[in-house]
Ligand binder design. Structure first.
Ligand code: PEP
Ligand code: MG
Length: 754
């Protein structure tokens, strides 16, 4: 075979790109790639395997292979040459397999008489997530150029194999193989954690069989009894549940108001008076609303329609006398499985026994998901067909951390779950021991650890973590959870609640950061092509100045007598910052003129999220009291990589030269100007990333409450000076990620990064 030229390599890559972009099912895509590469490289057969169960290889595409093996586990890691490629994560070439002692045991999958073999691992974060293999009947040497081409193909395959599209194949694979007699289904995580319990299928909708009433008075009285009973029960359940405070409570309050709405009740009465039974009256009222609103694209109205469906179903179940299925399983841990669910439906169960929730049609912003999260219930959504598949009483495992559901888990998996749950409890206990210890490195550097707060239940973390303050209050979250735009008084109550809980600790309020993925239900969607770089955040509030002014007024009034820290997000140039700051100062003047008291001290800062502002630090730092780096957005813009696109999740790493250099530049500049600088993006919440940040010189980190203990324990086990040296050395290299090196460093130096 002639050696491929550079042109040939280019041709192959071009074909690869075309197949990748082709709009065909993923299994077809994989087969096409495998066939193309075999033909182009003149191989007699080829295969692509994916890693399943952590250490087994299943065949997902083959060319001139025994099709019987498709979607089946073929090798364990380490088994045969193919398994070795996966085990060692290393490209392996064997010129004459027949004379090799590691001859494939299951060679019936490959051609009987093949001679040469090359296997290339598909790698993601140093792990083999699959293997690509090529076989030749004749002895065949692979040139460096050929090997390089194959490694590029393997890179593309790794990306495809780790994409979301692959989940279905992985699910099917699990089903075909009935591994250990259990089913493991991939969904989307809406709330983290692990839970094991007996399934309770949440079914409420009744079919109305009797439409016309014989006795209107009787129907009116049935309606009244059911309506009153439903509302009394709702009141009782919601009061009895220790929900604390926060948006989830607002959501449930709104639901309660909806359920007791006089206008709705009147409509139901009128429907009965027109001749319908109470059940049919409820259904008719819903249909009327549905006819009027189902075509709307307005998110707020669609949500209302959704609420009305929930409340109608609830009322119907009261009319039929059949409500709540949880009673069927007494005194045992349960996992609720629903097609969809209203927020109050959770309260129909003893929520302390709900160990998991599976919602087939769930979305992250769904109210019930917010409530479940507030109650620390793991939630997994978007597993097609699960609602009809699961039966009440079956054992279910919910892995909300990685988004998996296990139906009838084997005893091995059950043990794993129990282990995870116990591990989490142990970790929490260990971290609780750290609560009063300082966040100080082994060489005596103090790192201030702050909390990011959004949902009000995060407020509980202020006490449980003993944090140094709130480094980021995402004020848009209560706006998003509210049904209408909160007025100044409502906002004051949110902000005051936070300030009261924080006592004398520092609190940084961020002005409304909406747009992009954060939409307000009452605003509708602007429908931009590129919302992440569109009309969002400070761009909106500067254009809709009244909103900004009202928010500033609420901040000022909430912080009377205290220190107020206001931070503006997505600042792109100096004049935007000046403009926003001026708006705040005008409100200060107004407050003074009206004789109102103002905060003791006002600090104004900005978020570093847009690359352009990094190049204006010399101009902006003298004007700012503090800065905070939003690494989520900054990374999205530095790498030109949509932060919400699951296909790109692991493509670029913040632990790499370009990103860490930008971070270093910012902290060095902030130190030069003596301006407080923190990191409040996800980077600060991840121990290994936070470790690198401390090495770069950051001493203020703001993170989610659930990460706090892990980051603190990392800080206490590291040496800041040695880390600084190590990070500076890494910065000189051009690898695409430093993550493996940093993990090894942490392991070698006893730094706790769990
Ligand atoms: C960020 O972008 O890093 C950040 C903290 O802001 P948000 O995640 O709310 O956009
Ligand atoms: Mg941001």
């Amino acid at each position: 075979m002639p050696l491929p030229t550079v042109n040939k390599a280019r041709d192959i890559l071009q074909k690869l790109r075309m197949i990748r972009e082709d709009d065909v099912a993923i299994d077809v895509k994989l087969s096409q790639i495998v066939q193309m590469i075999a033909e182009e490289m003149s191989a007699d057969s080829a295969a692509c395997f994916i890693t399943v169960e952590g250490n087994r290889l299943a065949l997902c595409a083959g060319y001139h292979l025994n099709p019987e093996y498709l979607n089946k586990v073929v090798f364990r890691f380490g088994e045969g040459i193919t398994g070795e490629v996966a085990q060692n994560s290393r490209t392996t070439f064997v010129a004459d397999v027949q004379s090799d002692p590691k001859l494939e045991k299951k060679s019936s999958i490959y051609l009987d008489d093949f001679k040469s073999f090359i296997g290339i691992p598909l790698i993601r974060w140093r792990r083999s997530i699959g293997v690509l293999t090529l076989q030749n009947k004749e002895t065949h040497e692979y040139s460096p150029m050929e090997t390089e081409i194959l490694e590029t193909v393997a890179m593309v395959l790794s990306e495809i194999v780790s994409s979301e599209e692959m989940n279905e194949i992985k699910n099917n694979f699990d089903k075909n193989n009935h591994i250990n007699d259990r089913e493991k289904l991939k969904g989307v995580s809406l709330s983290k954690g692990y839970g094991l319990g007996l399934a309770v299928v949440h079914r409420r909708r009744q079919v109305v069989t009797k439409i016309f009433a014989e006795d209107k008075e009787k129907e009116l009285s049935r309606l009244k009894i059911a309506f009153d009973q439903m509302n009394a029960d709702l009141d009782e359940k919601l009061n009895a549940t220790k929900l604390g405070i926060g948006e989830h409570v607002d959501i449930l309050d709104a639901y309660r108001m909806f359920a007791s709405d006089k206008g709705w009740y009147k409509k139901l009465e009128n429907n009965i008076l027109s001749g319908l039974t109470a059940e049919a009256a409820v259904e008719r009222a819903y249909e009327d609303m549905w006819n009027r609103l189902s075509g709307t694209t307005d998110t707020y109205l669609r949500e209302r329609l959704h609420d009305l469906r929930d409340v109608s179903d609830r009322l119907s179940s009261y009319l039929s006398g059949d409500f709540g299925t949880a009673q069927k399983i007494e005194n045992q841990d349960i996992v609720v499985v629903a097609q969809t669910m209203g927020p109050a439906d959770l309260m129909d169960y003893d929520y302390s026994r709900i160990k998991g929730l599976i919602i087939e049609d769930g979305t992250p912003t769904m109210h019930v998901a917010i409530v479940a999260k507030a109650l620390s219930i793991p939630v997994v959504a978007k597993i097609r067909g699960i609602f009809s598949e699961v039966k009440t009483g079956e054992l279910i495992g919910v892995d909300g951390t990685d988004g998996y559901v296990y139906i009838r888990p084997s005893s091995v998996v059950q043990e794993k779950f129990k282990h995870k749950i116990a591990e989490k409890e142990r970790l929490q206990a260990k971290l609780a021991e750290l609560i009063d210890l300082p966040a100080q490195t082994k060489d005596g550097e103090h790192v201030n650890l702050y909390l990011n707060i959004g949902l009000a239940f995060d407020l509980d973390y202020i006490k449980t973590t003993n944090c140094d303050g709130i480094g980021l209050y995402r004020t848009e979250i209560p706006f998003m959870a509210s049904d209408i735009m909160p007025d100044v008084d409502r906002q004051i109550s949110y902000y005051r609640e936070l300030m009261d809980k924080a006592e004398d600790k520092k609190v940084i309020f961020r002005s409304l950061d909406v747009g992009s993925d954060k939409l307000l239900p009452y605003w509708g969607n602007v429908g931009e092509e590129n919302p992440a770089i569109g009309w969002r955040s400070i761009r909106i509030t500067l254009d809709r100045r009244a909103i900004l002014r009202k928010q500033m007024r609420a901040f000022l009034r909430a912080a009377v007598g205290k220190e107020l820290n206001v931070m503006f997000p997505m600042i792109t140039n100096v004049s935007e910052f000046k403009d926003a700051k001026e708006t705040l100062m005008m409100e200060v003047e107004k407050e003074k003129r009206r004789g109102g008291e103002i905060p003791k001290k006002i600090n104004v800062g900005l978020m570093i999220e847009v690359p352009s502002i990094v190049f204006q630090l010399d101009e902006i730092l003298p004007l700012a009291d503090f800065i905070s780096i939003g690494t989520n957005d900054l990374a999205q813009f530095i790498f030109a990589c949509d932060r919400g696109n699951p296909r790109l999740t692991e493509r670029y790493d913040v632990l790499s030269g370009p990103f860490l250099s930008v971070m270093k530049l910012i902290i060095d500049k902030a130190n030069k100007y003596g301006v407080y600088c923190s990191v409040c993006g996800e980077m600060a919440s991840n121990p290994i990333e936070a470790m690198a940040l401390v090495g770069l010189g950051f001493r203020n980190l703001s993170m989610s409450g659930s990460s706090f203990g892990r980051v603190k324990s990392m800080v206490r086990s590291m040496d800041a000076l040695a880390m600084a040296d190590y990070v500076n050395t890494l910065l000189k290299s051009s690898q695409k990620t430093f993550r493996p090196q940093l993990i090894s460093y942490a392991n070698d130096h006893g730094i706790e990064i769990y």
